[in-house]
Design a protein around this ligand. Structure first.
Ligand SMILES: [Zn+2]
Ligand SMILES: [Zn+2]
Ligand SMILES: [Zn+2]
Length: 269
């Protein structure tokens, strides 16, 4: 399984429009963060590879405002499904740009009921009858089964999380979990994460925030989950990549904590 980080920035992205702080002016490419998203690809030749339409499973998590640029940069040529964590603008508003990937067949979009209802409302034109001939993404909205589901042999499990008071979904794929936009992992979700070794975790910034884990809270959550590798994502311009890396090495080495970056690729069994 290959996990590619398409974006690792918070809702406004980094650099922030009209900001001239040192991080926003940094020359380190890892300080340029698109809105948060990952793509998961099953290993070529792995379970289910080649079944129903070419290549191993390829699943996108969230379609933020830079989805088009992210897809071009990562060379995404096809998708089997889009998994939504929630319907905030920074996770959804690139949805129109899945159009070229929904030509052959409607793209399956999995989420919780609230995220799907929001999607239908914000992208109402995509669900209205109208003339044929492009201009609309073809989407099939599907409520994620709580017990999980499979796509070409890739097992996918939704993991309920709390983003402040808002229930959102994390997503588990085998020993990897993608847990962004969360300020708490409910007790009832802990069994769903048993056996996860590597995770991407919301680690917004050093200072506390009402709807996101801070870096310290993310490290504490990683300890509770017993992670071996912890990749912080959804990061602000409060700290540079280099500063965060040093902070994580000092405070979270036991859970392998590090800041993720756009373009990071993890290959897991
Ligand atoms: Zn977000
Ligand atoms: Zn800035
Ligand atoms: Zn959010």
């Amino acid at each position: 399984m290959r996990i590619s980080f398409l974006g690792t920035g918070t809702s406004h992205g980094v650099p922030v429009v009209a900001c001239s702080c040192p991080v926003c002016r940094s020359a380190d490419p890892r300080d340029r963060r698109f809105r948060s998203s990952v793509v998961i690809e099953a290993a070529p030749g792995g379970a289910g590879a080649g079944a129903d339409g070419g290549g191993p499973a390829a699943v996108l998590v969230d379609a933020g405002p830079e989805f088009r640029l992210q897809a071009l940069r990562a060379g995404i040529h096809r998708l089997d499904a889009l998994l939504l964590t929630h319907a905030h603008a920074d996770h959804l508003h690139g949805l129109d740009d899945v159009r070229p990937l929904s030509r052959e067949a409607p793209l399956r979009v999995y989420g919780d009921r609230a995220a799907l209802a929001e999607t239908r409302e914000r992208f109402s034109y995509a669900f209205r009858e109208g003339q044929k001939g492009g201009g609309k993404p073809r989407l099939e909205l599907l409520e994620a089964p709580a017990a999980g589901f499979g796509i070409k042999g890739l097992r996918i499990l939704p993991v309920p999380l709390l983003h402040g008071a808002l229930p959102v979904l994390g997503w588990r794929f085998g020993a990897f979990a993608y847990l962004t936009d969360c300020s708490a992992i409910p007790e009832s979700s802990l069994p769903l994460l048993e056996g996860v070794e590597v995770a991407a975790l919301d680690g917004l910034r050093y200072r506390p925030h009402p709807t996101h884990f801070s870096v310290d809270k993310a490290i504490a959550a990683a300890r509770r989950l017993g992670l071996r590798e912890t990749w912080l994502t959804h990061l602000t311009h409060d700290a540079s990549h280099a500063e965060l890396e040093a902070y994580c090495a000092a405070r979270g080495a036991d859970v392998g904590a590090r800041p993720a970056w756009d373009g990071l690729v993890l290959d897991l069994p």
